[in-house]
Design a protein around this ligand. Structure first.
Ligand code: ADP
Ligand code: MG
Length: 728
């Protein structure tokens, strides 16, 4: 009998040895590697004429516009020379379309000279603007197909770098992607706009505190990235993993994560070799990766960089995912970035650690050591609390996707209800602050802004409250509901913009009071308690997974947008359109296009999954089950003929036969549900998919998983959870 794909996979894994020692840090030290493939400040300084270098740095650090075309020409020329020294033959404008992935088209530096020879050329024009064939990227109606032009535009604030591939290297230039009328078709454009939105209002507040030095405030992000690594042989035997990134069938393994022996456990050798290789590649690209460890689920891991400015952090996180996917292959592994590759096992997220910083290096969410710094900290902190309380729906929709629906609200990831965890100390401070307005009714002390010294806030070591979607962790907030496969661009656009609105609100009030002669501390003391009172409904320090919280949240009137389909309309809510237009981050038209695109994306993902399920049900699971049914039936007949009691076997046969019948019926009904003619707009279609198709998938899965526990092991074609997660 020939082996099943599953048996061959296990056999191959057992007999393959991998070349693990590929890198020697004795030969090349970390510090020499770091940034070696980046056209960074040091390279720019070494290669550019001084005035050009200065102008470029001014753009990068203070956001000044690059006006002189001579600058682009000079930068292009230096970049090209540098790239060619690094073995580059081509360059590409890398952009981030709304698929959530990155896209690129390569052009060579080659330019024929007319006499049969050729030169390497790269002009300022080519650096600044590119025109990829944009017609096949989602635009949500922003481009009619006859006007399919989309442009990429150089983002000088994210440095160009060299991507090494077999047979040469490519110069990669980070870019924005916009339509010919200037509308954003990507994730980067609104992110840059949102960073521009927050800066002036944060500066207004800093000026009130007497800060005259800071010229710019930007947001910082350190994304902790979770992922799974499994053997490539298993992956190739699972069409669902290949096509959907997650398993659509798979019975719960006898050993899951209940022993809790995985988190921070010893990292397997092949995995650590792969991690070190990934990190080497990331160091070369100037990505400051810092931490690696095992995560909660078997075969799940985490990598975290040191935080950077949000734009760079977003680009680097995209790169990080790309490097991980490509490097894993060298070790016979596959990196799974889906939010829920394995049902019933912990999913993967991306903790988005977020703060605000001045260009002079001051973290604005760092509580200080003196009353003056404390007061400033309180203002910025309360601004964030107000923002989250005012726009929880927008944060929720920024993390909505078909994949993340398996995490949010399930009993392992933060709930779909957006709330803030402050921790005991900060909660106590906020209580006292609020109480200063209620002196007469509340006993005990209250704090005086600008006079009281705050108690030292502990830096959150580890995770004191993993159940909160939005937690204060010492000197930053951590937005934990982001999915592992997401671009962090979207969630940070929302965070930056809602906080910009809050800072604007607070700055306006304080400026007016101060202008009217009120001392700043008094103005703050008068303003913050009211804001806290209004916003405190969003603060919750308890267990976010508990049933009581869900009831309590409902009582408090907090939104609980359970699924992507529930969340998507928030993109075009009145509040959203007003906010994003006011701060010039996304126009109403751009929001509508995103609403369309996210609806379409949901529909497409669910359609692919449902079709794949039907296919696997018919061509893999059903044949195995029917074969086994035949075996038992034959055995029953033979035993009967021999005069043996077959009651037990008959029961088994009946259970199997009836499960098969139900499985077939569920397959048919899912097939029917997917195979409908979609009428109406993208959103109605998404709704239909959620109501009819997703539920059909759930029913079919239960039956398929039941068959896995009945059918003879030697006939079962799909690698099982116990194998994929534990054979390393
Ligand atoms: P933990 O969350 O376990 O306390 P860390 O404090 O080391 O761990 O931070 C986790 C992540 O938060 C890291 O990526 C780190 O760089 C990032 N981080 C730390 N400070 C900031 C900040 N000011 N802004 C944004 N991210 C930050
Ligand atoms: Mg964390």
């Amino acid at each position: 009998m020939s082996a099943t794909a599953r048996q061959s996979a296990i056999q191959t894994i057992a007999t393959t040895t991998h070349q693990l020692n590929r890198i020697s840090f004795k030969e090349k030290s970390l510090k020499d590697l770091f940034g070696s493939n980046v056209f960074n400040e040091a390279e720019q300084k070494a290669r550019l004429p001084k005035p050009i270098f200065k102008a470029l740095q001014k753009t990068i650090k203070q956001g000044a516009q690059l006006t002189d075309p001579a600058i682009a020409d000079a930068v292009a020329s230096a970049m090209k020379d540098w790239a060619i020294e690094h073995g580059a033959t081509h360059y590409t404008h890398l952009f981030q379309p709304l698929t959530g992935l990155t896209a690129e088209k390569h052009d060579s530096f080659l330019s024929p000279s007319g006499d049969g020879t050729a030169m390497a050329e790269f002009s300022g024009k080519e650096l600044v603007k590119g025109e990829p064939d944009a017609s096949s990227f989602p635009s949500g109606g922003l481009r009619a197909t006859f006007e399919a032009r989309g442009y990429t535009g150089w983002d000088p604030t994210s440095p160009a770098y060299i991507r090494e591939t077999p047979n040469g290297t490519t110069l990669v230039i980070p870019t924005v992607f916009v339509s010919w009328t200037g509308e954003a078709l990507d994730k980067k454009t609104p992110l840059l706009r949102s960073m521009e939105a927050i800066s002036p209002h944060a500066l207004r507040i800093l000026r009130l505190f007497g800060n005259t030095e800071a010229k710019k405030v930007f947001t910082t992000v350190g994304p902790e990235q979770e992922y799974f690594l499994i053997d490539k042989n298993f992956y190739y035997s699972r069409p669902d993993l290949i096509n959907c990134g997650r398993t659509l069938f798979g019975a719960k393994p006898p050993k899951g994560q209940e022993l809790e022996d995985q988190y921070f456990g010893t990292i397997p050798e092949r995995v650590i070799a792969c991690m070190a290789d990934c990190e080497t590649e990331m160091f070369k690209l100037g990505i400051p990766v810092k931490t690696r460890h095992n995560e909660v689920a078997p075969s799940q891991y985490e990598i975290a960089p040191i935080f950077e400015d949000s734009n760079l952090a977003t680009d680097h996180n995209q790169l990080c995912m790309d490097v991980m996917r490509r490097t894993a292959e060298k070790y016979g592994l596959v990196c799974l970035l889906h939010e829920k590759p394995f049902a019933g096992i912990n999913g993967s997220g991306k903790h988005n650690n977020w703060s605000m910083s001045t260009d002079t290096g001051e973290n604005l969410l760092n509580p200080g050591d003196n009353p003056h710094d404390n007061a400033q900290f309180l203002v910025f902190c309360v601004a964030v609390i107000r923002a989250v309380a005012k726009y929880p729906e927008l944060l929720r929709v920024s993390v909505a996707s078909a994949g993340n629906d398996h995490r949010l609200g399930a009993n392992e990831a933060p709930p779909a209800i957006i709330s803030i965890f402050l921790g005991d100390q900060l909660q106590d401070i906020m209580d006292q602050l609020e109480a200063s307005n209620l002196k007469s009714t509340k006993q005990g002390g209250y704090m005086e802004v600008g006079v009281s010294v705050l108690p030292k806030l502990p830096r959150d070591a580890g995770d004191r409250n993993r159940t909160s979607p939005f937690a204060f962790t010492g000197n930053k907030f951590e937005f934990r509901a982001v999915g592992s496969s997401f671009s962090i661009g979207g969630p940070n656009v929302v965070l930056n913009t809602i906080v910009a609105e809050s800072l604007d609100f607070i700055a306006t009030k304080l400026e007016a009071d101060v202008k009217a002669g009120k001392p700043l501390n008094k103005a703050i003391q008068d303003l913050l308690p009211g804001i806290l009172k209004e916003s405190k409904k969003v603060i919750f320090n308890g267990n976010g997974y508990s049933e009581e919280w869900h009831k309590e949240a409902e009582k408090r009137g907090l939104p609980n947008l359970k699924s992507t389909v529930d969340a998507i309309p928030q993109i075009i809510s009145k509040a959203s359109i007003e906010l994003f237009s006011k701060y010039k981050v996304l126009t109403e038209k751009e929001l509508h296009s995103r609403y369309e695109i996210f609806s379409e994306k949901y529909v497409k993902e669910i359609t692919i999954e449902a079709n794949m399920m039907v296919h696997m049900a018919k061509t893999m699971i059903l044949p195995a089950a029917v074969r086994y049914q035949g075996e038992i039936a034959a055995s029953v007949n033979a035993a009967k003929a021999a005069g043996v009691d077959v009651a037990g076997q008959l029961d088994e046969l009946k259970t199997l036969a009836s499960t098969i019948a139900k499985f077939q019926a569920a397959t048919k009904s899912l097939e029917h549900a997917v195979d409908h003619h979609a009428g109406g707009d993208a959103y109605s279609h998404a709704k239909y998919m959620k109501e009819k198709v997703v539920s059909g998938m759930e029913s079919l899965r239960v039956l398929g998983d039941a068959l896995e526990t009945i059918v003879s092991d030697d006939l079962w074609p799909l690698p099982t959870y116990r194998e994929m997660l534990f054979i390393k």
